[in-house]
Design a protein around this ligand. Structure first.
Ligand code: C5P
Length: 218
């Protein structure tokens, strides 16, 4: 029996992770946040003093990345790094290591191994285009850069962290450019992906739309 896979790709801070996790929960499927693998690699490399542009050493690290996803937390070498990998700086490192072809190749099978019954919901940049091209349902989830910056700003303020809206907006625009312009697995909407613009939608509305798309594909 083939494993049903729902891919949700899109730019940073679009809310795709939140939507993907809720869809996975509603369907009782597994969930893979593929960006966390690149973030884990960036963190691991920094701890080991490996530069974020050292392609072959990074690919070797990616192959043996001592990462685990358990109890809704992310572990590296036995340490809970769920918060550490969310730091802005690690996000920037993640997008740098993710631009290296050997790194992406090293993480490919690891991501595919998450596709087990009863099914998988996964989010990232190239889940529908490269990692799971045969996915039952492909979504390209986006929102305007201003809306994404405003959401991220609200999230940081909610956590009691300092946040500068113009800087967040610039970071989002820079990361979009880096993710879309890179030679390997650039961020783009696949022809067979459903475009879901959440600028004017609530999370619930976005979740219902993904579930409807999946229902229609079955
Ligand atoms: O989604 P998130 O912001 O956590 O991802 C961190 C970085 O990892 C992104 O900026 C992107 O460059 C990279 N990434 C990727 N391919 C994926 C998931 C994330 O290149 N499938």
């Amino acid at each position: 029996m083939s494993v049903p896979v729902i891919t949700i790709d899109g730019p940073s801070a679009s809310g795709k992770g939140t939507v993907a996790a809720i869809v996975a929960q509603r369907l009782g499927f597994h969930y893979l946040d593929s960006g966390s693998l690149y973030r884990l690699l960036a963190l691991h490399a920094r701890k080991l003093d490996v530069a974020w542009d050292a392609e072959l050493p990074l690919a070797a690290l990616a192959t043996t990345l001592p990462a685990a996803f358990e109890q809704g937390r992310v572990w590296l070498d036995g340490n809970d790094v769920s918060e550490d990998i969310r730091a802005e700086e690690i996000g920037i490192g993640a997008s740098k290591v993710a631009a290296l072809p050997a790194v992406r190749a090293a993480l490919l099978q690891r991501q595919r191994d998450f596709a087990v019954l009863p099914g998988l919901v996964t989010d990232g940049r190239d889940m529908g285009s490269v990692v799971f091209p045969q996915a039952a349902t492909k979504i390209f989830l986006t929102a305007s850069a201003d809306e994404r910056a405003a959401r991220r700003h609200k999230q940081l303020i909610g956590k009691g962290e300092s946040a500068n809206l113009p800087r967040i907006l610039q970071d989002i625009i820079d990361r979009d450019t880096r993710d879309a312009a890179r030679a390997v697995a650039p961020l783009r909407q696949e022809p067979d992906a459903f475009l879901l613009d959440t600028t004017e939608l609530t999370i619930d509305q976005a979740v219902e739309t993904v579930l409807r798309c999946f229902g229609q594909s079955q």
